[in-house]
Design a protein around this ligand. Structure first.
Ligand code: THU
Length: 164
């Protein structure tokens, strides 16, 4: 038996002012776009903003549905739109912000499992790490890539490996 340890580094900031300029802009866009969230059921308004390698910023919000499972998270709305519109352009970073009826949340909310899987696919597809910036009211957490959020993961290498 061998034991393996996996270390995930999370960089925590107490204020947006501690971020570099392009990350600040992305957080501001993610916060701003929460207003477009369609979340009449959860009232959990999520905004995502992606920075692409061509300098464009793509935003997305969560879209809910009366048939609950038909809804989709903000991160995947933004990622799928970016990959549809710019299929050859790597995603460099994503900022995520959440607003409830009480204002922006106090603790940054990490992406759900499905969004982590899609972030990983995008990262693998473009062979470019995606910096993940999770924004709360003041606190910010940064994780350096999607793989760190999903360290034991399923990717296309398993599909190619076949079975013996
Ligand atoms: N949600 C997101 O948009 N992103 C996440 O990573 C977590 C959850 C949305 C889905 C649903 O509309 C609401 O937040 C409550 O789960």
């Amino acid at each position: 038996m061998t034991e393996k340890q996996i270390i995930t580094k999370v960089y925590e900031y107490n204020s947006i002012d501690e971020l570099e300029e392009k990350d600040k802009i992305l957080v501001e866009r993610a916060k701003e776009i929460t207003k477009n969230s369609y979340s009449p059921y959860s009232h959990f308004r999520v905004g995502a903003a992606l920075l692409l390698a061509n300098g464009k910023i793509i935003t997305g919000t969560n879209q809910e549905n009366a048939a609950y499972p038909s809804g989709i998270c903000a991160e995947r709305v933004a990622l799928f739109y970016a990959n549809s519109e710019y299929p050859d352009v790597p995603v460099l970073s994503i900022a995520v912000a959440v607003k409830t009826n009480f204002g922006f949340i106090e603790t940054p909310a990490p992406p759900c499992g499905s969004c982590r899987q899609v972030l990983l696919e995008t990262e693998t597809r473009f062979k470019t790490p995606i910096k993940i910036i999770l924004a709360a009211n003041e606190k910010i957490q940064i994780i350096e890539d999607a793989k760190s959020l999903l360290p034991i993961n399923f990717d296309d290498s398993f599909l190619k490996s076949g079975s013996k």
